[in-house]
Design a protein around this ligand. Structure first.
Ligand code: CTP
Length: 398
């Protein structure tokens, strides 16, 4: 997704400038070509050497600088850019851009480029909330800039408020979303479930399973990066909430069912990666169950089978985590649950178990078309699933 993309990273003079080094590093690691432009005041906070070392490219700090690469000027960079990202963006740079001022390399490049521009403001809360800054930001939004809302937290001034530069993952997620806007799933509404449901026994205990949520999150992010409008319905997991994805948190199978029913009302596809508990305790004790003298027997009752119950014209994609007879069991589920496709995963195979970052799966369509995929990352599996979802939606004339 980011591989071979040229990203012009504009760094301006705020205390968060040091975080831009991490951003440059992660983008470079993801295969992007990062070309950094620093404003004069950014040089007070961090040196060009840091970015040159990280990106392997010369850093532009001066409009009239001549470098080994003769073509480096505001026109050349604006033309090669797939996106321009300004992080951190000060109130000053935002004001200049909003007024069309072009008095340094960054503002000139912004004015010349046709590439999408992402601006991540970071400043003192009062500066950010000032109506002048807000009006300038509103102007940029109207002109199609993507603005990443700053986060609330401790500010460099010692105070607390809105104005912190978000984590690198949030900025990268936004860049990916911008690149994916015209992807093959553009405008499609995709509902994804993730994680293992929790069925409460009492206020402190629950029954659950080993699902990490990684597969569902990978599908949600991949769908977002292909232009889909994604709703992720997730149980509590250790994973970061994906940027640009509507995320709804649930606990039990029943809550997940109710949320899925609502979310799929206008959906094109439901991808049920969640490991839904098949049984829940018949009663949930109001108070903590105390240890008695003897053993304890729990009575369990069935939970709703969500993917079988939920009705609609959308595609239904299920998962089958199996420990034996992988394909036969998956095919049974495909038929019994009236699915369009099932992703069969042998959780006992090497590198394919719970919590792993990789998976070895077999995709089986309703018509019987079966494809054994080699071991690959969950993100790669997600894209393989979405390749098929895109095709199936096309066949349905959606
Ligand atoms: N599923 C569901 N609701 C349930 C149980 C499962 O929607 N109550 C969905 C899962 O999200 C998955 C598919 O059905 O996409 C298959 O889940 P799995 O647990 O493998 O199947 P079960 O029907 O529970 O069968 P078993 O546990 O006997 O293997």
């Amino acid at each position: 997704m980011l591989a071979n993309k040229t990203i012009v990273l504009g760094v301006t003079g705020g205390i968060a400038a040091y975080k831009a080094a991490d951003l440059a590093s992660k983008l470079t690691q993801a295969g992007a070509k990062v070309r950094v432009i620093m404003t004069k005041s950014a040089l007070e906070f961090i040196t060009p050497l840091t970015f040159e070392g990280i990106t392997g490219n010369a850093v532009i700090t001066d409009m009239f600088q001549t470098t080994a690469e003769h073509r480096i000027n505001h026109v050349a960079l604006s033309e090669v850019a797939d996106a321009i990202v300004i992080a951190p963006a000060t109130a000053n740079i935002i004001a200049k851009i909003a007024c069309g001022i072009a008095d340094d390399m960054l503002t000139c490049t912004v004015l010349v480029t046709k590439a999408p521009i992402i601006v991540s403001p970071a400043m003192h809360a009062n500066m950010y909330e000032n109506s002048i800054t807000q009006e300038n930001i509103a102007k940029l939004k109207i002109r199609g800039f993507t603005i990443i809302e700053p986060e609330v937290g401790r500010l460099a001034s010692g105070g607390y408020g809105v104005g912190r530069l978000p984590d690198t993952e949030v900025i990268i997620g936004t860049i990916q979303q911008v690149f994916g806007k015209n992807g093959d799933l553009k405008g499609k509404r995709i509902v994804v479930t993730a994680g293992g449901t929790r069925e409460a026994l009492d206020p402190v205990r629950y029954i659950s399973n080993h699902s990490s949520g990684k597969m569902g999150y990978a599908v949600a992010e991949a769908a977002r990066d292909r232009g889909a409008k994604v709703t992720l319905i997730t149980t509590p997991t250790a994973l970061a909430i994906p940027t640009g994805v509507e995320t709804i948190k649930v606990q039990s199978a029943k809550q997940m069912r109710d949320t899925v029913v609502k979310a799929t009302a206008k959906a094109d596809a439901l991808i049920m990666a969640a490991a839904v508990a098949d049984y829940r305790p018949k009663t949930t004790a109001k108070q903590k169950i105390k240890k008695g003298a003897g053993d304890l027997t729990l009575e369990l009752v069935k939970t709703p089978d969500i993917i079988s119950e939920v009705k609609g014209k959308f595609l239904k994609i299920g998962f089958a985590a199996e420990t034996q007879d992988l394909v036969a069991n998956a095919k049974k589920k495909l038929t019994n649950k009236a699915l369009d496709m099932i992703v069969a995963n042998d959780v006992t195979s090497e590198g394919s178990g719970f919590g792993a970052d990789t998976s070895k799966v077999t995709l089986i369509n309703k018509g019987g078309k079966q494809e054994d995929l080699p071991l690959m990352t969950k993100r790669e599996v997600a894209d393989k699933i979405l390749d098929r979802v895109g095709k199936l939606l096309g066949e349905k004339g959606k």
